[in-house]
Design a protein around this ligand. Structure first.
Ligand SMILES: Cc1cc2nc3c(=O)[nH]c(=O)nc-3n(C[C@H](O)[C@H](O)[C@H](O)COP(=O)(O)OP(=O)(O)OC[C@H]3O[C@@H](n4cnc5c(N)ncnc54)[C@H](O)[C@@H]3O)c2cc1C
Length: 411
């Protein structure tokens, strides 16, 4: 299609330029090595690409300018970057962007102690990683995955306990699955000071990787998303200064739910990028491969499938941009921490993830056996995008959160 694919109603000129820049970065730095990423167990290739992104300023983009950061505070800008990087590799996009996600609570709270301790390192020229650890393993109490994020449960299922002892937090608990776990320099750990206190007990506490009592399990063996590392995290009497709590009782709960909400919009963009990559591949392939005397895409049955893909991608893109724009303009569209905004973010995420799963699945169908092999890229998009549907509340809690914008409900 000719012209910009992003609606400039939602984007500033610099977002359009950044979109172009990330697109050519992906074509130059990721596409040529994309098929090697699944076998890059020690992240030599991934690390090199992440360092190149750091050189471009992605790592420091959201940190305040007084620390040498870029002061970026637009979700629209962040989402466009997610889409463009997602077209290349969703795992690398995740590893690169989770650092900002981890530090947003401290940045939004203006927590000087946390920023003084960590921002200089993250605003420097070297690649550093951050991790936002909320998910826990399940147990007899239930909890663990979605129950942690579920606003109706008010943090009562969190089992990672933070106890104030003098001037320090003492943290005990376990975290599971967090992106960049085991390879990060700093962790934002979701804790509770007391599960009975509900939202007031929720505490986001920053933990340096070098902390005594912090250890990790083996890396998970996943179907895709190999650019992102995930493992169990164990916290045994981990001690950090009391100032490393993001904000305080009540405020941390808001910052936590805000982080969940904006991650849904960013991962909607990631899913669209993934779908866009698969679509571009199948569009080319189906124009060249001849079946029954003509290219696949000249058969009406093939054209109909391509049309469904395009409808999904274009509508998912337009909606995630609209949701990000509404988040960026609370003076018009209501508080970013409202149920209405959670609903919008969840619509964006649930829909875009379903589109990506559909597009990659149908792309493989149109390409036959060639879609199923690594050489043509589509099977990697297919494996990578499935988790976007499952994380961040999964397909079901996501839908329940959509309903919260329309009527009072507890799930
Ligand atoms: C590659 C990868 C990266 C990840 N990155 C991070 C990260 O950076 N940080 C982090 O903290 N976690 C991360 N996670 C964890 C992820 O966010 C959780 O796995 C996710 O929240 C879902 O939890 P669960 O898998 O335990 O599913 P469960 O909570 O066990 O849910 C199972 C099913 O129940 C449904 N369900 C949930 N609640 C309800 C309800 N109230 N009513 C009806 N049905 C419901 C769900 O939608 C789902 O279909 C990551 C996971 C992976 C695999």
């Amino acid at each position: 299609m000719s012209g910009h694919k992003y609606m400039d109603l939602f984007l500033k000129e610099e977002d359009l330029m950044a979109g172009e820049m990330f697109r050519s970065f992906v074509d130059k730095e990721i596409m040529p090595v994309r098929q090697q990423i699944d076998d890059d167990k020690d992240h030599r290739i991934v690390g090199r690409i992440l360092q190149r992104l750091t050189d471009l300023g992605t790592q420091k983009a959201a940190f305040p300018r007084e620390y040498g950061g870029g002061g970026m505070n637009s979700l629209v800008s962040a989402a466009v970057m997610h889409e463009e990087l997602g077209r290349g590799d969703s795992g690398i996009a995740t590893a690169a962007t989770v650092t900002t996600w981890a530090f947003l609570p401290a940045i939004l709270a203006g927590n000087k102690a946390v920023l003084d301790a960590f921002a200089p390192m993250f605003c420097g020229p070297e690649l550093k990683m951050g991790c936002f650890a909320m998910t826990e393993p399940g147990g007899s109490h239930g909890g663990g995955g979605c129950d942690i994020e579920n606003p109706s449960l008010h943090g009562r299922k969190i089992r990672t306990l933070a106890r104030l002892e003098g001037d320090e937090w003492v943290i005990n608990g376990q975290k599971a699955w967090a992106s960049n776990s085991g390879v990060s320099d700093a962790y934002c750990v979701l804790c509770t000071t007391n599960p009975e206190d509900g939202d007031e007990g929720i505490a986001l506490i920053y933990v340096p990787a070098s902390s005594k009592g912090l250890s990790f399990g083996k890396f998970e063996n996943k179907a895709g998303m190999q650019g992102d590392k995930n493992c169990m995290m164990y916290l045994e009497n981990v001690r950090v200064p009391k100032e490393f709590r993001a904000a305080g009782p009540g405020h941390d709960a808001q910052l936590f739910h805000n982080n969940v909400l904006l991650a849904r919009i960013n991962t909607a963009a990631l899913a669209v990028g993934n779908a866009q990559g698969a679509f571009e591949t199948v569009l080319n392939y189906s124009g060249e491969r001849i079946v029954a005397g003509k290219p696949i895409r000249r058969h009406s049955i093939g054209a109909g499938i391509l049309a469904d893909m395009a409808i999904g991608i274009e509508t998912a893109r337009t909606y995630y941009l609209a949701a990000a724009y509404m988040y960026d303009h609370p003076e018009i569209y209501g508080s970013s921490s409202s149920n209405t905004m959670l609903s919008r973010a969840s619509i964006a995420k649930v829909y875009a993830a379903d589109v990506a799963v559909m597009v990659t699945n149908k792309a493989m169908e149109l390409m036959g056996s060639y879609g199923y092999v690594r050489d043509y890229d589509v099977e990697k998009y297919w494996r990578d995008c499935k988790i976007i549907q499952l994380w961040e509340g999964g397909a079901q809690l996501g839908r329940l959160d959509v309903c919260r914008g329309y009527y009072d409900c507890e799930f």
